[in-house]
Design a protein around this ligand. Structure first.
Ligand code: MRU
Length: 367
């Protein structure tokens, strides 16, 4: 996507073909820092500590992590075992986004199917690049399909502004290009449709107020940041036409795990008859589980992310403590929204109901 006139992605392979470059998303929007990843352990740290985040980007970073494992270890004695051990550590970097496992398995399988060491390394590199481009294409198509939904609302409102509410950051920073939840918004805006986005701040790490607001602003899209608790209120007052969120893992039966607080938005949307869509690429479906509430692993993170809030003060990024020093805190990173609250999925192949039948009609090869 363009930022201040320049093409930018949150990840890319350096010209030396040995270093992966990422934007450190922990510092946005106040500091723009690019970080080099040279080893698989660098990629594990970047995923764990959320320099990079968002399901598709976690997958792409992990794909490059496998390439770096191949590059580092395959020329050493017991290289294959060392590479597999590094990839197993990579698989455990974050538990909820299924894209991580999907990408690691895909790159490992392609690379280790080759006999020759140089060929294995080159195959891992090409496979990681192709996963990056696969996600770009997926998000572009999610944009085209989702835009039809926004366009239909715009027509019904005779061209008046369509108000979309989103939670967390399911934008290009989370995906490489376009985003998942934001792709239909970017496509609609580029087509000249009037759109405005309610951006949930998304505590504790504020991916909404820091990242989604930054992205939308750079694209010139009207948006308003609201507290996480304001969603129900704006819905009750007719200020939301639709909700679009992303997901870190969806069951083929229609349950979705997404950033903590998504479930409450889905409940409020249901109570107010507002369509609640989940935008996702096929890499975010878990084809092995059917009960999201029971089977999707929910990450719990450091309670200090809840206790402290980060922001700009006197030109410097600062963290400040909010609750009493000794109060305990708990940091659930995701929740599960059951299929019955989801109006539909927006995928690269089209829009479907959040049901096993709907999903398998779009992905018949998974039957
Ligand atoms: O903890 P994060 O920032 O990785 O959580 C990200 C989200 O919850 C996104 O909504 C999700 O990954 C979809 S990304 C297109």
């Amino acid at each position: 996507m363009k930022v201040d006139g320049k093409d930018l992605r949150p990840i890319w392979l350096d010209e030396n073909l040995e270093t992966v470059k990422i934007i450190d998303q922990r510092k946005l929007p106040h500091e723009f820092v690019i970080v080099d990843l040279k080893t698989t352990d660098d990629t594990i740290l970047a995923i764990k500590e959320m320099y990079v985040r968002g399901a598709p980007l976690i997958g792409v970073t992990a794909a490059y992590g496998v390439f770096l494992a191949a590059l580092t270890f395959l020329n050493q004695p017991d290289g294959e075992e060392k590479m597999i051990a590094a990839c197993n550590r990579l698989r455990a970097a974050r538990p909820t986004a299924v894209n991580l496992l999907w990408a690691v398995d895909q790159v490992m399988k392609s690379a280790l199917a080759r006999d020759d060491i140089a060929d294995r390394i080159e195959t891992a590199r090409r496979e990681a690049l192709s996963i990056e481009e696969f996600e770009v294409e997926n998000c572009k198509n999610i944009g085209l399909h989702g835009c039809e939904l926004i366009e239909a609302i715009s027509k019904k409102k005779s061209g008046e502004t369509v108000n979309v509410l989103t939670h967390c950051n399911a934008g290009w920073l989370a995906c490489v290009e376009y985003g998942t939840a934001t792709a239909p918004i970017y496509t609609a805006f580029d087509k000249g449709i009037n759109v405005h986005v309610w951006v949930d701040e998304t505590r504790p790490l504020n991916q909404g107020s820091r990242l989604t607001a930054w992205e939308l602003g750079k694209h010139g899209i009207a948006h308003t940041v609201i507290t996480d608790n304001a969603g129900g209120h704006v819905m009750q007052h007719g200020k939301v036409d639709m909700v679009i969120v992303g997901t870190d893992r969806a069951t083929y039966t229609g349950d979705v795990a997404n950033k903590i607080g998504t479930y409450l938005k889905a409940l409020a949307a249901k109570d107010n008859n507002i369509p609640f869509y989940v935008a996702l690429p096929s890499s975010t479906f878990d084809w092995n589980i059917s009960d999201g509430l029971k089977d999707i692993p929910i990450e719990t993170r450091d309670p200090d992310e809840v206790r402290y809030v980060q922001g700009l003060h006197d030109g410097e990024l600062k963290s400040v403590l909010v609750p009493p020093e000794n109060s305990g805190a708990m940091n659930f990173a995701f929740d599960v929204t059951p299929a019955r609250l989801v109006t539909g999925f927006i995928t690269e192949r089209g829009v479907c109901k959040a049901t096993e039948k709907g999903v398998k009609q779009l992905f018949p090869e998974k039957r």
